[in-house]
Design a protein around this ligand. Sequence first.
Ligand code: HAM
Length: 418
Amino acid sequence: MEVKSPKGTMDILPPESERWRQVVEAGVSLFRTYGYGEIIIPVMEHTEVFARGIGEGTDIVRKEMFTFEDKGGRSLTLRPEATAGVVRAFVQHRLDRAGLPVKLYYRGPMFRHERPQAGRYRQFTQLGVELMGSPLPSADAEVILLCREFFSRLGISTVLVLNSVGDPRCRPSYVEALRDYLRGREGELCADCRRRLRENPLRVLDCKERACIAAVSGAPELGDFICDACREHFREVEELLRVAEVDFRRDGRLVRGLDYYTRTVFEFQDPSLGAQNALAAGGRYDDLVEEMGGKSTPAVGFSIGLERVMNAGPRLDDEKAEGVYVVAIGDEARRKAFALVKDIRAMGVRADLDHLGRSPTAQMREADRGGFRYALILGEDEMAGGYYTLRDLAEGSQRRLEEDAMWEALREVGSPPQ
Ligand code: HAM
């Protein structure tokens, strides 16, 4: 057996996992401030949820899904993203009946069978929100503001790139113009893009191959083709962002790799990264709920890629030493320490003790290694004299305390784990 996690997956160990927890909590608390409630959906769905939702012609559906048959012969897929599953749940539970808008957030692992490289994994984690039920530009602008606020709280600088991809009524004229343009450059395109040119030319615009990027650099821009209603909607989104003093750059060729988008699409990019430079991305998808069998419900949302956020170096609180490690010398003291740790933990104070039969010196070392602020010492003198020694490991000072004073001190010094 190979003792190694599968390709494109990784383990996140302490203390790094502590930094992850802080980032997730920063996101969750922000989403709650904006009125979002958590939705927890399965990590797998019937394959058609993604095929229909994300689009048969997308790279995700064509080549990146982890799909398998269950024992009953139904095709299931590990979710490559969460929006399609959220919409499936929205339709299944008729969430619109309790009134719109419905604001949902989620977090969890996503799975795409991609070629792993820096910032691209086969299992990765997203934090995301979906705002269901509003067609108005203010919903787009608010969702974008929320995403930007997440990055600014973590001290991560990003560039917001925006575009409008129009809607299924006005987009076809652009697709034809793009196809005409690309036909003249077919020889310069990669094999995948030559296929995309026939099946789904928009997808050529987000190919990461250098030759394809060069080939599309002079392509017509979607923004010049969208209808007046879409143009007006987008203008208002931009206006609201200006009013809110949000900097952005418009990129007329930003189309995103999923077929469900209508009108606004956006990415928060870290320009210092290479090809995988989107830390978060999203957009509006006004037709997806209906395509999944629900009532027509406009919606907009985004997802943040947590691994990329961690790589970008979020600004987090330093870990402070906290809690108390009980150092016991002798069998009787160990028994007493065992009961004591239970009672200290019951107060909500982080506490631990030795389970390896170590010497007092080794126990003190363990208190240090475990990041404890205090050591509560139960040695021979303490047992005989009926008192405790509380050592402040940060300051190097110590106090001798009777039972009541010891509990009083622990109540004061112990900060519950965050
Ligand atoms: P997406 O652009 O496919 O959109 O993914 C969103 C973010 O997930 C990316 O910007 C990136 O940070 C991260 N991500 C994607 N693939 C990988 C990977 N292989 N390894 C590491 N990170 C990755 C969506 O998933 C849409 N559901 C966003 C959305 C929500 N649109 C509307 N609502």
